[in-house]
Design a protein around this ligand. Structure first.
Ligand code: DON
Length: 312
């Protein structure tokens, strides 16, 4: 199959339309996360997909403008915001190896002296948010401001009901945070950190918003306004960690099927980056047993297969 190289506006819209049509005929879309009511109420047949060009052009199919719970997709942005501030010192506090374990697992932490395997499992994301909180005094606020600026959507906001449910269901994340505190790897008081982390997870955003907000990763670190967030090398590093760790214990399968840096969330969203070319966000709330959107992974698999646009 020929690799698509056209750069005309909405060049990939026919591909997205084909994918949406194929997905609409696919039975068995997984099950929405059920640990909090707002996610359990989602319809697993919902589907949206957006593509953003480096110049900020965005288009999509299905429910691509419908806000959903961004959840762990936000971990990419807090990583980038913290890395931009503190640089390589971050890597003394969190690793960058796949964990091979579920996203909320505790088991490796004791063997590895309170240093989480990577910034995308919950333990690692708590460390990143903690460090961003120390540097800014309001990690979740920094994140929200960044997402609003990059998406051009000032209406993006926290979902207070989701944040409250996350807090009520937060025993595991609290355990992770307290355990890492015992190793001296968390600076802030645990309740302060958890409040920041749960608000971060609760942000409601659409496929269009998140595809646009990821654009700096396709533009080698350059933000929507032309300023630089990350060095070229740091943008490469974030993309690499997304590829190897962004879908948890399914990262190998995601690389095999999709072949792009990607990051999933239990709200059913997945962002993916074609470095130098475009960013994608797909949403469908039905998850597989590892917490990744079934239709989302299938749609991205079809996208790279139909276009040849994978990193492999
Ligand atoms: O920390 C949690 O449990 C959730 N708020 C976020 C989890 C999440 O999205 C992990 N990804 N698949």
């Amino acid at each position: 199959m020929a690799i698509m190289t056209t750069t005309s506006p909405a060049a990939f819209l026919p591909v997205l339309e084909q994918i949406a049509e194929e997905i609409s005929r696919t039975p068995g879309r997984g099950r929405p996360a059920d640990y909090i009511p707002a996610l359990a109420a989602c319809d697993p047949r919902s589907f949206g997909m957006a593509l953003a060009e480096p110049d900020g052009t965005v288009y999509g199919v299905g429910e691509w403008r419908q806000p959903f719970s961004a959840q762990s997709v936000t971990k990419v942005f807090t990583l980038a915001l913290d890395l931009a501030r503190e640089g390589d010192e971050l890597w003394e506090h969190v690793g960058r190896e796949p964990s091979g374990n579920p996203f909320n697992s505790l088991v490796q932490l004791e063997y590895e002296n309170g240093i989480p395997r990577n910034p995308f499992i919950n333990a690692g994301a708590l460390v990143v948010t903690d460090r961003l909180q120390t540097r800014t005094g309001d990690a979740a606020g920094e994140l929200l401001a960044f997402l609003r600026a990059e998406s051009g959507n000032p209406g993006l906001d926290f979902d207070r009901e989701v944040a409250a449910s996350e807090t009520a269901h937060g025993a595991r994340n609290a355990a992770l945070a307290h355990f890492m505190t015992s190793y001296g790897n968390i600076d802030n008081d645990v309740p302060v950190l958890l409040d920041q982390y749960f608000r971060q997870c609760s942000i409601a955003a659409s496929c269009a918003d998140l595809a646009l907000a990821s654009g700096f990763l396709a533009r080698h670190g350059i933000r929507a306004d032309g300023s630089r967030l990350l060095s070229r090398s740091q943008a490469k590093q974030v993309n690499a960690v997304m590829l190897t760790c962004g879908t948890y214990d399914a990262a190998g399968d995601f690389a095999y099927r999709v072949g792009l840096p990607g990051k999933s969330g239990v709200g059913g969203g997945i962002i993916a980056v074609v470095p130098g070319r475009c960013t994608l966000c797909v949403w469908s709330p039905g998850l597989d047993e590892r917490g990744n959107s079934v239709a989302g992974v299938a749609a991205l698999d079809r996208f790279t297969t139909l276009t040849g646009l994978s990193v492999f």
